[in-house]
Design a protein around this ligand. Structure first.
Ligand code: NAD
Length: 262
């Protein structure tokens, strides 16, 4: 399938590992010039090096905390200085800790709102003017199956991710006239470090082995396995591509059929 995004400039936030990293790799494989950020400089450089080696693609990196609004603005400016513009923006951050409601502190609520909602606001504010100028843009937010059904002990994610959907719908409506498409990708259980950390937390809390926790997650999906990060990344690439040119304001679940609603 020709995606039509060769040469496009793509920002991928929180790209040093997991789904963000897989997304940066997949966009680079399609010929995009990729700008990656994350907090861990060493992991970020290693990820970028691998992308350069595999795809020969240009790769810009900057160490960045996506909860820092000014730093996000400066990062986008630096990408534009380096690559000339920005066409595609994938917003992402690490997920909030696994907590029940009474265990989550107010500080953890604030952090979840900063990382998993406001960071998307910061990126959208910074990239939309460039996309308006070109009359072409793709903003894709990365959230969770929790936007469709709550997951036990992920109250922070269950609550905060919904705000992203309101934002996605609003941006899609406001900027569709400018050729900017805004969509959300919601993964189910996906084999990343984040999932391994969640498995450890559940294993401690429930007295089960991590293998048992993973088997239960796999069993929740219709496909009876957890996802590979590349399967989420491929969906993001498709949404960013010319092949998804009439899709905006949508949430696409990449959950192997775990969500059972209609
Ligand atoms: P991960 O923990 O493996 O990777 C997260 C990445 O985010 C890392 O590169 C980390 O350095 C970076 N990061 C975290 N906080 C940051 C910050 N403040 N500023 C900059 N970078 C930051 O996570 P993942 O599994 O790839 O998940 C990505 C997103 O998808 C998360 O929001 C997660 O909650 C969500 N999600 C994951 C799963 C899953 O099963 N893996 C399921 C549903 C939703």
């Amino acid at each position: 399938m020709e995606t039509g995004i060769r040469g496009r400039i793509a920002i991928v936030a929180a790209a040093s590992r997991g789904i963000g990293r897989a997304t940066a790799e997949a966009l680079a494989a399609e010929g995009c010039r990729v700008a990656m950020c994350a907090r861990n400089g060493e992991a970020l450089r290693a990820a970028a090096e691998k992308i350069r080696g595999n795809s020969g693609s240009d790769c810009f990196t900057q160490v960045l905390d996506v909860t820092d609004a000014e730093a996000v603005g400066r990062f986008v400016e630096a990408v534009v200085q380096s690559f000339g513009t920005v066409d595609i923006c994938i917003t992402n951050a690490g997920g909030p800790p696994a907590k029940g409601f009474l265990d989550a502190s107010l500080e953890e609520w604030r952090q979840a709102i900063e990382a998993n909602f406001l960071s998307t606001v910061y990126f959208a504010r910074a990239v939309i003017p460039y996309m308006q100028h070109k009359r072409w843009g793709r903003i894709i937010t990365l959230t969770s199956i929790t936007t469709r059904q709550p997951v036990p002990d992920l109250v922070l994610s269950n609550a905060v991710r919904s705000a992203v959907l309101g934002l996605v719908k609003s941006l899609a409506n406001e900027f569709g006239k400018d050729g900017i498409l805004v969509n959300n990708v919601a993964p189910g259980y996906t084999a990343t470090d984040r999932l391994r950390e969640l498995a450890q937390a559940r294993s401690r809390a429930l007295g089960k082995t991590e293998d048992e926790i993973f088997s239960a997650w796999a069993g929740d999906s219709a496909l009876k396995r957890v996802a590979d990060p590349r399967e989420v990344a491929d969906t993001i690439v498709w949404l960013a591509s010319e092949r998804a040119s009439y899709i905006t304001g949508q949430t696409i679940l990449v959950d192997g059929g775990a969500y059972k609603g209609l």
